[in-house]
Design a protein. Structure first.
Length: 631
């Protein structure tokens, strides 16, 4: 009898398995007939991009993200394997998920297109996903852009993240929402190791879900970055798709590249999955600038519902300083530093309104120093409590909000630039064509960008001189990053600059030797009043050239500059710099340059450049006039 029962069970199990295999085959055949493996929706879920060879390759670098061994490069086998995986009866636990739950966005997408028969493919419960989904319960999604941070190389482009606006929150409690963030795990790296790994994909990037107030503390407070919030007009169904895809990304690993596969680019995939017709990610085949992704989203008709501005701690601080007399600012700093007592007559004898404003400024200044590590928490904490207690005695409203900047980051000039122009070099005429991939220099229109911040990647200059008529590569800047941050009594920031690329020198015989060079420096800058800034840096540099008698050398020198904005449309930048190399008195490179840029329109400008250079015993002068077009 027991043997008969065993035989019966085996027959039933075999029949069920045969039925499952048969239905799997049916679904695969139907998917192939519908060519779902070629559907942009499927490619978006797997992050497939076209390759130069004509195939596709997923930008996800985690094998656990795929069901097929060759799923990274084969959408068809990945779809077949995924359908097969959905028949698993694996029960969910703290350590494992059923494939229907692990890849919930793919399951829903295929179910919608193939119409799964629940009797033949039972839907598995996904309590972990449902709890996660219920806790977030978003009714809208906001694209958040922490603007560029002038003193950090990793942050000078800006950053983006997505905030999930929960049903239980209001505009006043948005800090309690959660944000979807993509970031590189860089450890303790810094300097050249940080730059090299970031450019070459040496870091892992992952998605994470973080309380929004922590991101505000990181960007708004610690890094002094203004934040722009773009509320998106996504439908409930689109929000569901975005959430489901975020869940299945989980801890999937990606190679992180600063120039293309970065934070802003990866978030575009989430929006493409939410609304497949957008196809935002494929608009950036070469490099990705965060502000450009904001522009792409903004330009989609009806996608952005509203834009909000959240000023940084520094912007609030500077606005408060601008509203107070200099004597009140001095008193606030003295109160924060302990140089003045809270019983000081200069404070106590004032009306409640100015007392409250002085105490607000003292608190913000001391708290900013605490957050930045300039003051130890154990020292700053008691003083902050004393100031807060004194402020609480005044029933005075908060200060007026910081005015919203006239131009948002997405409304500034395009990050790519094409230049045409010409001029003379030692009375020899030339025509010049110049292209820059990204992103902004010190003379470009400042609206929407941080003043004093320059980042240029892929700046290539071709010339044709009337002397020989042959076009030649005049300069190629791989990277040029400059941060001019004026110091004052409130902020003691360093200014710095680093450059890498190739340049042409000149000689008395008309030759133009190529120099491969790296240079950098650091120093200080000072605001001169109005819109003028002066800076001075110590510099070091090295070059290599097979065309010079001394093929390589190392040198040191100085760089001094003056920036001045006459008005919103006209800017000037003058520089004196010199390097003395180790191979003798003739091995010097000195230059005096001045550029004047006039903004014609937001995407068009005219630039005059004057230059006098003296290198390796030979000097020459250049005058050029160029038309800049931004896109």
């Amino acid at each position: 009898m027991r043997s008969l029962w065993l035989i019966f069970c085996l027959l039933v199990t075999g029949a069920a398995h045969a039925g499952e295999m048969h239905y799997t085959g049916e679904l695969i055949a139907r998917a192939r007939a519908l060519r779902l493996a070629e559907d942009p929706g499927w490619h978006g879920l797997l992050h497939y991009r076209r390759t130069l060879a004509g195939g596709v390759r997923s930008e996800t670098d985690d094998p656990a993200f795929f069901n097929a061994a060759d799923g990274k490069t084969n959408p068809a086998t990945e779809l077949d394997a995924t359908l097969g995986a959905f028949f698993s009866t694996l029960e969910e636990s703290d350590k494992q998920q059923n494939p229907q739950c692990l890849f919930v966005a793919r399951y829903r997408w295929l179910k919608e297109r193939l119409g799964f028969d629940p009797a033949r493919l039972p839907e598995q419960p996904c309590p972990r996903f449902e709890r996660w989904r219920a806790e977030l319960d978003p009714v809208s999604v906001t694209l958040v852009f922490p603007a560029a941070f002038i003193n950090s190389p990793a942050s000078m482009y800006g950053h983006t993240l997505l905030r999930l606006d929960g049903r239980a929150q209001t505009d006043r409690t948005r800090l309690l929402d959660y944000a979807i963030n993509f970031a590189a795990y860089t450890g303790e790296d810094g300097g050249l190791a940080f730059a090299w790994k970031g450019l070459m994909g040496g870091y892992e990037g992952r998605f994470s879900l973080t309380p929004y107030y922590l991101k505000i503390a990181e960007y708004n407070d610690l890094e002094s970055r203004d934040i722009w919030e773009y509320e998106l007009a996504l439908t409930p169904a689109e929000i569901e798709r975005l959430l489901a895809h975020t869940w299945e990304l989980g801890s999937a690993r990606f190679e992180y590249y600063f120039l293309d596969e970065n934070c802003s680019y990866q978030l575009l995939w989430l929006l493409d999955v939410a609304r497949p017709s957008l196809r935002l990610a494929e608009r950036f085949p070469a490099w990705v600038i965060p502000a450009d992704t904001i522009r792409a989203v903004r330009d989609e008709p009806g996608l952005v519902r509203r834009v909000s501005y959240r000023p940084s701690r520094t912007s609030q601080f500077q606005d408060a300083v601008s509203r107070l007399p200099a004597a009140d600012v001095d008193l606030a700093l003295a109160l924060a530093d302990g140089g003045a007592a809270l019983s000081d007559p200069r404070l106590k004898d004032r009306e409640p309104e100015p007392q409250a404003r002085i105490l607000d400024l003292a608190f913000d200044y001391l708290d900013t120093q605490r957050l930045s590590g300039q003051r130890q928490a154990g020292v700053a904490g008691p003083r902050l409590r004393e100031i807060m207690l004194a402020r609480s005695r005044f029933d005075v409203a908060e200060a007026p909000p910081v005015p919203t900047p006239r131009v948002r980051p997405d409304e500034g000039h395009g990050s790519a630039r094409l230049r045409v122009g010409g001029g003379t070099v030692d009375a020899n005429g030339f025509a010049e064509l110049r292209f820059r991939g990204a992103y902004h220099d010190l003379l470009d229109p400042a609206a929407g960008y941080g003043r004093g911040a320059q980042i240029e990647f892929g700046d290539i200059v071709a010339r044709r001189e009337s002397g020989d008529g042959r076009p030649f590569l005049h300069r190629f800047t791989v990277i040029d990053v400059t941060s001019i941050a004026p110091r004052d009594r409130l902020a003691k920031r360093m200014s710095w600059q680093v450059q890498f690329g190739l340049d042409r020198s000149r000689g008395p015989a008309g030759d133009r030797p190529i120099l491969y060079q790296v240079s950098g420096g650091a120093g200080m800058a000072w605001a001169l009043g109005g819109s003028a800034t002066a800076y001075l840096m110590g510099q070091a540099g090295t070059y290599f050239s097979p065309h010079l008698a001394q093929a390589a050398s190392v040198g040191m020198g100085l760089r001094a500059g003056l920036m001045h904005d006459w008005n919103d449309r006209v800017r000037l930048h003058a520089v004196l710099q010199g390097l003395a190399y180790l191979d003798g008195p003739a091995a010097r490179r000195n230059a005096a340059t001045m550029g004047v840029d006039a903004t014609l329109t937001r995407q068009l400008g005219l630039r005059l450049e004057l230059e006098r250079r003296h290198e390796f015993g030979y000097g020459w002068s250049t005058v050029g006039l160029h038309l800049n077009g931004y896109f």
